[in-house]
Design a protein around this ligand. Structure first.
Ligand code: 13P
Length: 253
């Protein structure tokens, strides 16, 4: 049985005081132990959010990391800085970073390696554009991302440190959710690709999230699909909907 994992990607939202107010209001209700719950605030709020969740089962995640340890990289954040703030998970390869900040698969791969080196957990995002889906290229695109982003990652490392998030770009922030069948189909494909790259046992155990307009109203259906082991939630993670999504994941599934 794969343990479900619900992560909230706040993106560039909430100031320190807003983060504090929001987490204070939901923390009791998302403190569960049957599933993993991860909050990924902006860097500025990491330390404050950690203070509010450190006595609970809720974990802290970052939205990005630099692949170098330290040095003259103005504006960047190192993995040791994240660790010092209490971070255990790190989102990597999000489509917004690929699209707006020119993150290539090579850069994503370097970041994944850095996260593994420090024994954090990477939430590796993959997914196709609408154009790629319309051209029926989505499987090829996602397979290509997996092969490049996980280059040189060993069996032990993928088992211990990697969670995959399937986020179709056309479903992110658009209100258009992939149907549960579309999401299931791709998550199953991702699992079979991992089986080809590694082995059946690793594929069977790796956790695959779906992300893209997940809301309280569609979470139950998506999360009841065989190959969907959790959700990476954007907009809805900024509201009480996140509590409802967490609740659905451990009470109804
Ligand atoms: P939305 O839930 O706002 O569509 O965002 C999804 C996402 O990008 C999570 O990483």
């Amino acid at each position: 049985m794969r343990k479900k994992i619900i992560a909230g990607n706040w993106k560039m939202n909430y100031t320190l005081s807003q983060a504090e107010e929001f987490v204070t209001s939901i923390v009791k209700q998302i403190n569960v132990d049957d599933i993993d719950v991860v909050l990924c605030p902006n860097f500025v709020s990491l330390d404050r959010v950690y203070d509010l969740i450190c006595q609970t089962n809720v974990k802290l995640g970052a939205q990005n990391v630099h692949y170098e340890d330290k040095g003259a990289y103005t504006g960047e954040t190192s993995i040791d800085m994240l660790i010092s703030a209490g971070v255990e998970y790190c989102i990597v390869g999000h489509s917004e970073r690929r699209q707006y900040f020119n993150e290539t698969d090579e850069i994503v791969n370097k970041k994944v390696k850095k996260i593994i080196e420090k024994d954090l957990k990477a939430i590796l995002c993959v997914g196709e554009t609408l154009e790629q889906r319309n051209n029926n290229e989505m499987f090829k695109v996602v397979e290509d991302q997996l092969v490049k982003d996980l280059k040189d990652i060993t069996k032990e490392q993928i088992k211990r440190n990697i969670i995959i998030a399937y986020e179709p770009i056309w479903a992110i922030g658009t209100g258009v959710t992939a149907t549960s069948m579309q999401a299931q189909e791709m998550c199953k494909f991702i699992r079979s690709t991992i089986a080809k790259m590694y082995n059946e046992n690793i594929a069977e155990n790796i956790r695959i999230q779906y992300g893209g307009s997940v809301k309280a109203s569609n979470a139950k259906e998506l999360l009841s699909m065989e190959d969907i082991d959790g959700a990476l939630v954007g907009g809805a993670s900024l509201t009480n909907d996140f509590v409802a999504i967490v609740t659905v994941s451990y009470t109804h599934l």
